[in-house]
Design a binder for this molecule. Structure first.
Ligand code: 2P0
Length: 319
């Protein structure tokens, strides 16, 4: 009744920012992401505990976090109480902790602990109930999420590339993604245009990915991220996720391009900048981002695979 699974965080190049169903965590528009090898979460689930508990990097989770974990277990039909321990293999103080890798690993570990054999699409739909973006961390690689589950559309090695993640702040962000996207949808005059743009961006991004057009895909990802932030900035009250170092990185990436190095920025609902580039350019991009004032660290990440069970106790049998 015990299992351990791992999953990677992902970064979306066409982003998810708006739900059509708040309870079921269904997106208004489809998104495309790539899983990142250096952002790994390992989660152990032990069933048959006296009560539910959740530790994240040794810290007792909040009631809200525990409720989200329980929602995933309930949806999997797991009634047994669970002792859950989750560990992130990356600097959590930097605020890189990811609900996507966390809930993807949780869904995989919980179902394995319960002896359930579920396909990837079912696991993806379960992970989605913890956090929308977690649906994409289950298949990993290049993943598209449009409805109840996500699927891999290209393997991690389809397009040689790196994402250099510049750590531009620390601590939890002032407004979480869930509240941020709700506020944008309800109050931003740009939100409808943003969603329409995503619906145009996804098929175009998939075409560029199939063509292995890194420059085209990078430019599209940068435009998509800027437009997501334009939507958020126009919310009431406005959502400003950027720090001074964020803006410094945007300029550094633009300067790299002007000097002939292919690099493009993307930013999630937080201060960190991830720069897309070819593998051979990653050292130059990393050095440029590290030299930006306020950047605390830079992680060079390669595309990674999906969630997988790494350990299962012998008494967890298929039911
Ligand atoms: C994304 N983000 O596509 C976008 C870009 C943040 C900015 O998915 O409410 O934590 O749990 O479904 O998945 C973050 O949102 O939100 C996110 P919920 P989630 O990666």
């Amino acid at each position: 009744m015990k299992a351990t699974a791992v999953a990677h965080a992902n970064i979306a190049l066409v982003k998810y920012w708006g739900k059509r169903d708040e309870a079921l965590l269904l997106p208004e528009a489809g998104s495309l992401s790539v899983a990142l090898d250096r952002l790994l979460t390992t989660t152990t689930v032990e069933l048959g505990a006296p009560e539910d508990s959740l530790l994240i990097d040794g810290r007792k989770a909040s009631d809200a976090e525990l409720r989200r974990a329980r929602a995933v277990l309930d949806a999997a039909g797991i009634r047994d109480r669970a002792r859950i321990e989750s560990r992130n293999d990356f600097p959590t103080a930097a605020g890189l902790a990811s609900s996507a890798s966390g809930f993807a690993a949780l869904a995989a570990a919980a179902c394995a602990a319960a002896g359930q054999r579920r396909g990837e699409r079912e696991l993806s739909a379960l992970a989605r109930l913890g956090s929308g973006s977690a649906a994409r961390s289950v298949p990993g690689g290049w993943a598209v999420w449009e409805d109840r589950d996500a699927a891999q559309v290209a393997s991690p090695d389809h397009l040689p590339m790196r994402l250099v993640v510049a750590v531009c702040g620390e601590g939890p962000k002032p407004v979480g993604s869930r509240e941020g996207m709700k506020r944008s949808r309800e109050t931003s005059p740009y939100h409808a245009a943003w969603i329409e743009q995503c619906r145009r961006d996804l098929p175009e991004a998939l075409r560029l990915l199939r063509a292995r057009d890194l420059a085209g895909l990078g430019a599209l990802a940068e435009r998509n991220a800027m437009r997501m932030h334009a939507d958020s900035l126009a919310a009431d009250p406005p959502l400003l996720y950027w720090e001074p170092a964020t803006v410094g990185c945007l300029h550094a990436v633009r300067r790299l391009r002007e000097q002939g190095t292919g690099a493009w920025s993307t930013i999630d609902a937080g201060p960190h900048v991830a720069a897309l580039c070819a593998p051979e350019d990653a050292p130059r991009v990393e050095a440029a981002l590290r030299s930006v004032p306020g950047v605390r660290d830079a992680l060079v990440c390669a595309p990674a695979g999906g969630a997988r069970v790494v350990e299962r106790s012998s008494d967890a049998r298929p039911r």
